[in-house]
Design a protein around this ligand. Sequence first.
Ligand SMILES: C[S@@+](CC[C@H](N)C(=O)[O-])C[C@H]1O[C@@H](n2cnc3c(N)ncnc32)[C@H](O)[C@@H]1O
Length: 327
Amino acid sequence: MLNHPLPRIDKDETLRKLLLPYCRFNEGTVWNDKTIGHKIACIDISNKNDVKKVFGKLKAKLSVQDPPYNFIAFKEKQDADFIKWCKEWIALNIEVSNKNSSFYFWLGADQSNHFEPFGGFIEMMKLSGLNSRSFITMRNQRGYGTQYNWMAIRQELLFYTQGKPKFNIKSEYTDIPKVLKGYYKEIGGDKTENLERSKSHFIRAGNVWIDVQQVFYRMEENVNGCYAQKPLKAIKRIIEASTTKNELVTDFFSHSGTTLIACELLGRKCYTFDYDPVYCEISLRRLENYRETKKTGWQNSNPFFEEIIQDKKILSHLRKKYNITYS
Ligand SMILES: C[S@@+](CC[C@H](N)C(=O)[O-])C[C@H]1O[C@@H](n2cnc3c(N)ncnc32)[C@H](O)[C@@H]1O
């Protein structure tokens, strides 16, 4: 396994500035894909008109939204400001969506602060015009907490719809084998056991996902430098359940470009946004790297390795600050 780690870019402004010259994005840049028609837009999604321009007449059938709820971006903001901000971009999200469409929101629930922003968010959503459909919990392998509390290992995922979008849950099986036996039923005079009757020997995906591995540096899909990467398996599950081929999916908070890659893998079109040129560049490089190598990430290498190895300033910064050297 290659060993070219890159620390979290969001926590190191010097590193971020050193990487910026290698980015093809500036504020306002929109990259248009010639192959499938994806778009990556370096836009603050608070800028309503700029976002609408990216969509033009096309409407999204699915939104997969993972806002920065992790109290890093919002440490100076009150929960109420966060909710107000969400209310605004969700109204815009609805405007750029098809009348029959699905919406998934990843959220946090801070257990030492009355589970905010979760509580405020679901209250606010009552007036959004969307219908609540499911409250999914994804289990993380690593958590946070102390020995004085239950370790926080859950990821909250809220599913809403408007109109009557398709929902193809029939194909959504986990890779967890069915083990429970003994539900007998008579069919045509014969006593049958539940495993004989079922279509699959694996359990269906319900609203508790314990079969998704949290991303870490040993996984191919890992993107070093990012801090909030969602597992491809979870995003693919959402896309397969809530869209069909060639439909438009949107993600306002691209970061490592997980939704974009999942769309590429599944033959959907993706319009994705991030206000930070570095994360737009990472998303684009991840797509280009996938098309070239069929790899979904860099495992323990990183998207900027080719440039970093030639850049004395970055090499010296990594060595001095983190004791990282590339061989
Ligand atoms: C939690 S991360 C998303 C992680 C993503 N789901 C993934 O799998 O990589 C949030 C991202 O939103 C971006 N962001 C935060 N505020 C934004 C805004 N107002 N407009 C556009 N992007 C924003 C951040 O730069 C960050 O990359």
